[in-house]
Design a protein around this ligand. Structure first.
Ligand code: AMP
Length: 712
């Protein structure tokens, strides 16, 4: 702040006899130091000196607004994204990569390449940065556009936000311009935008402190931060980039990947230093092995090594498949495994009474997050794995997300460790646990079990069900313990005052009990009120009927748009509904035959919870009737889950299926679309991008979205 004051507009103006020249000089100086700091990690001046240069530039620009240009370092935040990011059609497709899942597959690939080329081949090995792909276009050396990968063909325009990322040069350095085939032409470079591990953890800690949902991993955090409506938020998120590719190699003089990396560096981009030019497949393998050892100490997440054929001419000869270049492969690391001590096996009671053993572990970091608990599924699984309390166990993350206990390290088993036994009674209500014939799970069958009640209440309030925002585990637990809430109907009888004075079971510094407070109480009351208008399918799902998941609930609600009709339906009628078999039909029948359950439904209705869908009134026009969609990959651009997107398509009359066949109308392929995409291509099923999907949802019909009608 001190520095800023030193350079008010007047002083700065009087200092510069030729302001235009001074402004240009300052910008070059600032760009140079930004480059040293962010791209080279080797600052040449102090932060204070840098701030002072910025302050002078800002002051001069304030005095001479006509000198401000979009590429000035002062313009890293400006503008607003507006309601939606506009679509960007990639002139050259942004491909994904084929994978080698282990070193043998990698060797097989390098050998194949060497054989195909018929002479010695050089390879470039680079780290596979686990972030979000980005394409940066420079016109005549100035950043003009930044776009996400999207589905590879169409991405989103995130220019305003990417300008805030400090290691992205707003102008290419002179050496970079000199390396262009046409200095006034356009060049598109590609790389990865990522969030360092430490920033990711700080962001998640702040999210948790503010009772917001944390990001699952740094990759999602980077993608989410890039898609902020307000670029000032992106600016505060500590994003960085590593740039490693070019859309069209004809736009630079470089003739190999190795030369390209030098050019990128010289142009001012942040290029990862861990790269290696390899002349034999054995070198490639050795590099991959060495990186696996180093992974844990890198300050950012990587999920493998990308191996590329060095020569552009050879790359051209090898070409592309539909999805990926033939001249590159991603060697993926095996899932990270760690050892830790199994301190206890606790049991958790679910809302249907199923009792699940849970491993309580000494906290250990695995693949980017701390693991302290992992489900052991059921008693058979505990015995099959033969894990015992006190054992040192091997933990990994399945699909790098869900923690899993693989098994014990037998040589470290403490003497006398006992095989685990399921408790005989429920840890919550002490009723005896039972195991039904042919079932893996033990259950607490008591109707009065508080643990089950808690889970049922949480399920009712959860996002996929009635979505009572803010009704989380701690509050529900307090409401249950205080005896104020026993079943879901009780939510709707809560008053503002009761919630505001709810004792949270904690004390403040002065030793006084903490209450929920008026602000949160008012929010909760509003959320409870809003939940009364949810569609019937949500109510059905929220009731927690066994075997009735979200999809089945939607099918049932479509067939029986009033609760009363559903409650009266017999097993045969129920089983005739698409997607409902005899097991589900029996379960629904059993649920509504129970007097207590019917009573809950009637009391909810009296409280004002809607028990019907007025399909005729507000249904969207059924323009997609008879058309089947299959969704694959993640819809990173809109942030919708596949379920949400599916529900919106269904609301327009479409059918949503999980497998691709000749009868499929369209496959919607999001990011990282997998085998369903391949199947669609091989069967000739038209593939829609996420951008197409969004257009379709907004336009309301295929015709208006400009999408060709399906041939099937
Ligand atoms: P995948 O999404 O698993 O098919 O992997 C392909 C993606 O890896 C690309 O779209 C890039 O976003 C990303 N990637 C990360 N690092 C690199 C790299 N050094 N070279 C090429 N792609 C990379």
């Amino acid at each position: 702040m001190e520095q800023e004051r030193m350079f008010d507009a007047e002083t700065a103006a009087s200092l510069a006899s030729d302001p235009a020249q001074r402004v240009e000089k300052l910008r070059r100086e600032i760009e140079h130091h930004t480059y040293c700091y962010y791209a080279l990690d080797a600052p040449e001046i102090s932060d204070a000196a840098f701030d002072s240069l910025m302050a002078e530039l800002r002051a001069l620009e304030a005095a001479h607004p006509e000198l401000v240009t979009p590429s000035s370092p002062t313009q890293r935040v400006g503008g607003y994204v507006g309601e939606q990011f506009s679509a960007v059609h990639h002139a050259r497709r942004m491909y994904s990569l084929d994978n080698a899942m282990d070193l043998d597959e990698l060797d097989a690939w390098t050998q194949r390449i060497v054989e195909a080329v018929g002479s010695a081949v050089e390879f470039v090995c680079e780290l596979k940065i686990d972030g979000s792909s980005i394409a940066l276009t420079y016109d005549a050396g100035t950043l003009s556009k930044a776009a996400t990968r999207g589905d590879g063909v169409t991405g989103e325009d995130v220019t305003v936000n990417m300008r805030t990322v400090r290691d992205v040069p707003l102008r290419l350095r002179d050496e970079g311009v000199a390396g262009l085939s046409d200095a006034d032409g356009s060049v598109e470079v590609r790389g990865e935008v990522y969030m360092p591990k430490a920033s990711f953890e700080a962001l998640n800690a702040a999210a948790v402190a503010n009772e917001k949902a944390p990001f699952a991993n740094p990759r999602n955090a980077a993608a989410g931060s890039l898609r902020q409506k307000d670029p000032a938020v992106t600016k505060n998120r500590d994003l960085s980039t590593f740039v490693y590719a070019i859309a069209d190699e004809a736009s630079v003089k470089a003739r190999t990947q190795w030369e390209l990396l030098s050019w990128l560096r010289a142009s001012g981009f942040h290029v990862n230093p861990d790269v290696k030019l390899c002349v034999t497949p054995a070198d490639v393998r050795a590099f991959c092995e060495s990186v696996a050892d180093k992974r844990a100490v890198l300050p950012y997440e990587i999920d493998g090594v990308v191996v590329k054929v060095n020569s552009f001419a050879t790359q051209r000869e090898l070409g592309f498949t539909a999805k990926a270049p033939r001249w590159a492969i991603a060697y993926k690391f095996p899932p990270e495994e760690k050892t830790t001590v199994l301190r206890a096996i606790s049991v958790q009671v679910g809302r249907t009474g199923a009792v699940t053993p849970v491993a309580e572990l000494d906290p250990v970091r695995v693949a980017g997050s701390t693991v302290a608990r992992a489900t052991l599924h059921n008693l058979d699984e505990v015995h099959r794995k033969d894990v015992r309390v006190g054992d040192t166990v091997i933990v990994r993350k399945a699909g790098d997300v869900i923690p899993e206990v693989l098994g014990p390290v037998l040589s470290l088993r403490p003497e006398g460790a006992q095989s685990w036994r399921m408790p005989e009674s429920c840890p919550s209500c002490s009723s005896p646990l039972v195991r039904e014939e042919g079932e893996a799970a033990f259950r607490c069958v008591s109707m009065d079990c508080p643990a089950q009640a808690l889970e049922r209440l949480l399920h009712w309030a959860s996002r996929g069900a009635m979505d009572i925002d803010g009704m989380g585990e701690e509050i529900v637990a307090r409401l249950v313990e205080s005896g104020r809430v026993r079943d879901v109907v009780d939510y709707y009888t809560l008053t503002d005052y009761e919630l505001a004075t709810l004792d949270m079971g904690r004390v403040n510094k002065e030793g006084e009990p903490i209450h929920l407070g008026g602000t949160l109480a008012a929010k909760l009351i509003a959320a409870i009120e809003a939940s009364k208008a949810r569609p019937l399918a949500r109510v059905l799902f929220g009731l927690g009927i066994r075997h009735v998941g979200k999809t089945v609930a939607e099918q049932l609600a479509a067939a029986f748009p009033r609760m009363e009709l559903l409650m009266q339906a017999d097993e045969e009628q129920l089983a005739s509904v698409d997607g409902v078999g005899s097991v589900i039909a029996q379960s629904v029948r059993a649920f509504f035959s129970n007097e207590d359950n019917r009573d809950v439904v009637h009391r909810l209705e009296r409280m004002g919870v809607r028990m019907e869908d007025d399909a005729a009134d507000d249904a969207a026009p059924q323009t997609l009737a008879g058309v089947t969609f299959v969704l694959t990959g993640s819809l990173v651009e809109s942030g919708m889950t596949r379920d949400e997107a599916g529900a919106r398509l269904k609301a327009m009359g479409a059918k949503v299926s999980s497998s691709v066949s000749k009868k499929t109308g369209y496959v919607v392929a999001g990011e990282a679309a997998g085998s369903k995409y391949d199947k669609a291509v091989s069967l000739g099923v038209p593939v829609l991008s996420e951008a197409d999907l969004l257009r379709l949802l907004a336009a309301g019909s295929l015709e208006e979205a400009g999408i060709e009608a399906p041939s099937r």
